[in-house]
Design a protein around this ligand. Structure first.
Ligand SMILES: [Fe+2]
Length: 213
């Protein structure tokens, strides 16, 4: 007989959801939404179900300065959770996605960045989900039926999001945006964050030679 059992959760994948103060959301989202609409201009050429994206430099646009600061703060929070020593980071890309009703964004990841994420300007009912996939692809080879889905037996997670949420995750983690089933555009702002000097400051061997020791 067992006296006890210890259960270990090794190698977890952290996904963060930072939530802007409720009273700050309407003003912030109105300002961001207005500027995105201006940047979008005439998007009559967007194919049905397609996604319209801005250029990738929104973090350099003064209107998005409050969001850029939020991204920086969120990233530092994440790096602190991970106890990363070097927290000198830079936003390497920031762009808006406009998903009309029926649009989706297929499974992908964000290469060459440590952290990625999305801030939600509008996310109406039916257009308020992001889906993450288990990075251990082979787990789907054997998937016995379960009594309930939980984080130990699922190979994807659908996370609800709300306007004013900032979701952050490792850049390597596969994710997708399910079809917008609402009757309004779904507007989100995606971003990437990387260490400013990864090669120069962080890539030396993680061991020391014994010469002179
Ligand atoms: Fe993405």
């Amino acid at each position: 007989m067992f006296a006890d059992v210890d259960r270990f959760e090794f190698f977890p994948t952290l996904i963060w959801k930072f939530q802007v103060e409720p009273e700050e959301r309407p003003g912030l989202n109105a300002a961001l939404g207005t500027e995105i609409t201006r940047l979008v201009g005439d998007r009559s050429t967007t194919p049905a179900g397609g996604t319209w994206q801005t250029d990738q430099n929104l973090h350099e646009n003064p209107v998005f300065a409050p969001l850029a600061q939020m991204i920086q703060d969120a990233a530092l929070n994440a790096l602190t959770d991970l106890e990363v020593d070097n927290q000198d980071i830079v936003i390497t890309g920031c762009w808006a996605n406009v998903n009309p009703p029926g649009a989706q964004h297929i499974r992908h990841n964000h290469p060459n960045n440590f952290l990625s994420g999305s801030y939600y300007v509008t996310a109406g009912a039916g257009g308020d989900r992001i889906k993450f996939s288990d990075p251990r692809g082979q787990t789907s080879v054997m998937a016995p039926p379960t009594q309930n889905r939980n984080r130990f037996n699922s190979n994807n997670v659908i996370m609800p999001v709300a306007e004013g949420d900032l979701v952050m995750f490792p850049g390597w983690l596969d994710h997708e945006v399910p079809i917008n089933q609402s009757d309004a555009d779904r507007v989100s702002i995606a971003f990437n964050v990387m260490f400013r000097s990864y090669g120069e400051a962080m890539s030396r061997p993680m061991w020391k030679g014994s010469a002179g020791g």
